[in-house]
Write a protein that binds this ligand. Sequence first.
Ligand SMILES: C[S@@+](CC[C@H](N)C(=O)[O-])C[C@H]1O[C@@H](n2cnc3c(N)ncnc32)[C@H](O)[C@@H]1O
Length: 216
Amino acid sequence: MAETQPSPLEATLAYAEEFHTEDEVLRTARHRAAEVGAPPILPGAGAALCFLATAVNARAVVEIGTGCGVSGLWLLRGMRQDGTLTSVDVEPEHQRLARQSFAQAGFSGGRTRLIAGRALDVLPRLSDGGYDLVFCDGAKHEYADYLAEAIRLLRVGGIVVFDGALGNHRVADPVRRDPDTVAVRELGKLVRSDERLRPLMIPLGDGVLAAVRLSD
Ligand SMILES: C[S@@+](CC[C@H](N)C(=O)[O-])C[C@H]1O[C@@H](n2cnc3c(N)ncnc32)[C@H](O)[C@@H]1O
């Protein structure tokens, strides 16, 4: 049977996704993630995170969903050298593997603060306005709650970022009504309608929704 050629749109999206490549440390972290079932962000989304962390000269970043550290590595590589990544995950085993990835990449233990717990229990303990970037990649049904927390945590000019904003091609398809897809669609509406935010949808990875925190 003849192989089907990718459509021009598929080829363009693949070109954009493959524009950014990963090194051995990231590939190893990705392998660890596959072994324990903590799906990591795709390279294009990682590059977007690194870019945004660099653009805001991030010193303090919060991450929800450490996984095995793929997104954390991309974030740390974009952050200032004196920056700290505070990362929350409900699975201590995922964080143990993430710690290995960070060490392998040469980041000292002082660059990361890994907190084991449920995001909505931990986030309220973090300081208002104390962060340059908040990255959300935990439970999709909690995304609206993460947004509320992120707006509180961000300084003016800081950025909130969500992975999975296109939800494996489901979010754009109105026929899809599963709870995670509905939650991500609702998040999009919330971000777009919030006058405190300036949003950007980036069709890299599984969709990266970012928004700058404007002044009150
Ligand atoms: C998609 S994976 C994160 C992948 C990671 N960001 C990366 O790119 O390597 C989602 C992670 O969120 C964690 N998680 C799920 N629900 C959570 C919650 N309510 N609070 C904190 N972490 C949660 C899971 O244990 C899992 O490690």
